[in-house]
Design a protein around this ligand. Structure first.
Ligand code: S3P
Length: 176
C-alpha cells in the first residue's frame, strides 16, 4: 500500500491511545497527522462537550461525517478518529476509499485509567466507571472488529512499540 495515496486511520474506543499513538507514528514515519476531534472543535469554534450539550449527539454525528469527508480529501497523513466515527457505514466507506483502518484495543480497566479525569468526553458523562466502559465497549466491539484492516493491542505496551507494530503491519498490508 502506498502511504502517499492513503491515510492511516486510527480507530478505537475512547482512551485506546489514538491521539498519543498518532503523535508517535507521525514522528517515526515523518508524515503529518490530523486529529478529527480537534478538527471538529476548530471547524465549529466550540468544544465537543458544548456541541453535545447545545445540539445533541445526532448533530455532532452529522458534523463528524462532514469533517471526515473534508479530511479525506488529502492523503499521506495519519488521522486519529473519534471513537464513534466508525458507527456510520457512510463514514467507514469514506475511510476505506483512501485509507487503511488501524484499530487500537485496550481492556476496560486500562481505558478507565486513561480517561478517568477527562471532562471532554460527553458519552462518558455521569458514567465514568469500568462497568459502563465495559458495557459500551462490548456493544461497539463487533463493529470495530468488522471494519478494521489491522488490529493492535495496546495494553501494557509502550507507545513506541505500538507505533513500531503498526508500521510493520502496514508494510505488509495489501489494499483490496
Ligand atoms: C466519542 C469519542 C470522542 C468524541 C466524542 C464521541 C465516541 O473521541 O469524538 O466525544 O462516541 O466514542 P475520542 O475517542 O477521541 O475520545
Amino acid at each position: 500500500m502506498d502511504i502517499k495515496e492513503n491515510n492511516i486511520m486510527l480507530i478505537g474506543f475512547m482512551g485506546s491511545g489514538k491521539t498519543t499513538v498518532s503523535h508517535e507514528l507521525s514522528r517515526q514515519m515523518q508524515i503529518p497527522e490530523v486529529d478529527m476531534d480537534a478538527y471538529i472543535v476548530r471547524h465549529e469554534g466550540k468544544s465537543i462537550s458544548d456541541i453535545f450539550a447545545e445540539s445533541g449527539e445526532d448533530v455532532f454525528r452529522e458534523i463528524e461525517t462532514s469533517c471526515l469527508k473534508e479530511i479525506q480529501k488529502a492523503t499521506g497523513r495519519i488521522v486519529s478518529c473519534g471513537g464513534g466515527a466508525v458507527l456510520r457505514d457512510e463514514n467507514v466507506e469514506c475511510m476505506k476509499r483512501n485509507g487503511v483502518i488501524v484499530l487500537l484495543t485496550a481492556e476496560p480497566e486500562t481505558i478507565y485509567k486513561r480517561v478517568r479525569y477527562s471532562t471532554d468526553r460527553p458519552i462518558l458523562n455521569g458514567h465514568m466507571n469500568v462497568g459502563y466502559i465495559k458495557e459500551l465497549m462490548e456493544k461497539r466491539k463487533p463493529r470495530y472488529m468488522e471494519v478494521a484492516d489491522i488490529v493492535i493491542e495496546t495494553d501494557r505496551k509502550d507507545i513506541s512499540a505500538v507505533a513500531g507494530e503498526i508500521i510493520l503491519k502496514i508494510g505488509k498490508f495489501e489494499k483490496k
